[in-house]
Write a protein of this length. Structure first.
Length: 182
């Protein structure tokens, strides 16, 4: 918990900052996450925050609701739930995975979807290097399971000497060179 909470907090705060800067006219814009436009991706993040809060409190996996426009507030509640030592114990009721795995799944969502939104809306985004390292290590272990469950797309080739974050994006199926214009 001691090593993950600061990473989760920084990634969450950074993604919340990106969400806060999205303008109304950008909600219909495409994102690097092909199945989502900007509004859908923010709605997905709202669900991620709600679900991971529920999981941290020992509750079930929740279903995604409609876009509410309150991701930053939900994300604060998620971090509060994970700041409790008991949140890290055992396995999740909703997914049957160790809580430490669940926390890393949340971190990957925050780091990658923060980039998705920033790229789609023309914002600067430089993820925390420690969060990227943790996300890379975790993703390399879970990539095949992630693909089987539809969380990751087919890999995108990136040069071996590409920055670590670009390699993470490629592994999970994102093109680091993606732009809204294609």
């Amino acid at each position: 918990m001691e090593d993950m909470m600061p990473l989760m907090a920084r990634a969450t705060e950074q993604t919340a900052g990106v969400v806060r800067a999205v303008r109304q006219e950008q909600l219909g814009s495409p994102t690097p996450c092909a199945k989502f436009d900007v509004k859908d991706l923010i709605s997905h993040l709202e669900w991620v925050a709600e679900m991971f809060e529920s999981i941290a409190r020992g509750g079930p996996r929740t279903e995604q609701g409609p876009y509410a426009g309150d991701f930053p507030e939900r994300a604060e509640r998620t971090l509060a739930a994970w700041s409790r030592p008991e949140a890290w114990e055992g396995t999740s009721e909703g997914m049957g995975l160790p809580m430490t795995v669940m926390a890393r799944m949340y971190l990957v969502d925050m780091v990658v979807h923060g980039w998705d939104l920033a790229r789609a809306t023309g914002q600067e985004y430089e993820p925390d290097p420690e969060a990227v390292l943790e996300a890379v290590n975790f993703t390399n272990q879970m990539v095949e399971t992630g693909r089987q469950r539809g969380a990751f797309g087919p890999p995108v080739a990136v040069p071996d000497d590409a920055p670590q974050f670009d390699r993470l994006l490629g592994v999970i199926g994102r093109d680091p060179a993606w732009t809204p214009l294609g």
